[in-house]
Design a protein. Structure first.
Length: 152
């Protein structure tokens, strides 16, 4: 199984609510750049946070890759989502190649848990960072960090 974790691009500092923050122009450029690392990957599905900046990030990835597969908005990929809930949802997925578009601190905690098996070692995920994990199962400490890319 391969799991790619993508933190949304740089977002404007304020909006009416946190969920409504949009990507900046720099954030859009960064996402286009990092999306290039997903070219020719056997990506089956994109799961994305309902927050505006994550939705915009996923759309840029889709356009950059010409991705016509499934793109699903899920409520358990927000910044403060419960890791246990997310793992339960992910365990029900049948795809072997998933991209998650989400936020800190959630994305760092999820990656750290899957790779290290503990919450105290989160992955360092700046905006537009892309982590590639691989392994036999989505379980604590059972995935390998194949790559971690940052744009800046």
């Amino acid at each position: 199984m391969k799991l790619w974790l993508l933190r949304h691009g740089e977002a404007e500092p304020r909006a009416r609510t946190d969920a409504e923050r949009n990507l900046t122009e720099q954030g859009r450029r960064d996402v286009r750049e990092i999306a290039g690392h997903l070219r020719n990957r056997p990506l089956q599905t994109i799961l994305v946070s309902p927050y505006q900046r994550a939705q915009q990030t996923a759309e840029i990835v889709r356009q950059t890759l010409g991705f016509s597969g499934s793109c699903e908005t899920v409520p358990w990929l927000t910044p403060d989502s419960d890791l246990r809930d997310a793992l339960l949802y992910l365990d029900r997925r049948t795809e072997e190649h998933l991209l998650l578009v989400t936020h800190q601190p959630f994305v760092g905690a999820l990656g750290g848990w899957l790779v290290h098996g503990q919450l105290s070692e989160s992955l360092p995920m700046a905006t537009s960072s892309l982590a590639e994990l691989e392994g036999e199962a989505l379980a604590g400490g059972l995935m390998h960090l194949a790559s971690l890319r940052h744009v800046r």
